[in-house]
Design a protein around this ligand. Sequence first.
Ligand code: GUN
Length: 292
Amino acid sequence: MTARILDGNALSAQVRGELAEQAAALTQRGVQPCLAVILVGDNPASAVYVRNKVAACEKAGIRSLKFDYPQDAEPAEVLAKIAELNADAGVHGILVQLPLPPRFDEKAVLEAIAVGKDVDGFHAENVGRLSQGQPAFFPCTPHGVMKILEYGDIPVTGADAVVIGRSNIVGKPMAMLLTQAGATVTVCHSRTRDLASHTRRADILVVAIGRALEVTADMIKPGATVIDVGMNRFPAGHPKEGKLCGDVEFEGASQVAGAITPVPGGVGPMTITMLLANTVESARRAADAGGR
Ligand code: GUN
């Protein structure tokens, strides 16, 4: 079998087009969606992610504000900026890029963001709302995965879903969204015994391990949908050394799976797209409430 490719670039282009129209309509109403992005320190990957987020905003007609702090910034200074942005009615979304330098209390920083502007969906109240099935901002990567499943017409209700990874950013909210959608969900992680015995039962396999090529064809149920959240580089000695790859060994997996996301061009573009979607949604709420 050769798997159907779930094209995150194509879906992303379509959704971003719709969001740009919505942003333009809101701007006409006097409420241009605005995202504030805070970057602390000199993590090179974070700098690239933030640059991509700001560029995507610009392309969609969303205003962006970027605040850079050095590695040795005072946490109080960053918290004061968050308080200022919380109080600014012209700002609809606030994002603090993670990870933060070690001296920061990450949880305290995330909790300082106003729940209604937490477009990353990392605030404990949004996490609680998600777990109770209440309306909330959902974390962007798992939310993007749900959109990919919807777009690919992948049945979720009643499906056996296996998520590998239990992070707050991907694994845990992914499990909650799939549960909400009616899947029977198993969460696997680094301490799971006999990982393959779980993955081989999965109709939907979401892989967020963070290491290259960990999931191989023999771990996949024939016809399953495989969603690869990984973003790594092929290791030294591999014929594609240095090029981008996921957590799944794509060549083999795509011979067994029924549908699969590529890396790059799968989940990655949808993460930023859902950030834009949450920001536009927050601006819409402000407009409907008569704000700006
Ligand atoms: N670091 C890695 N992924 C993310 C994300 O989705 N949002 C933020 N704020 N930081 C991250």
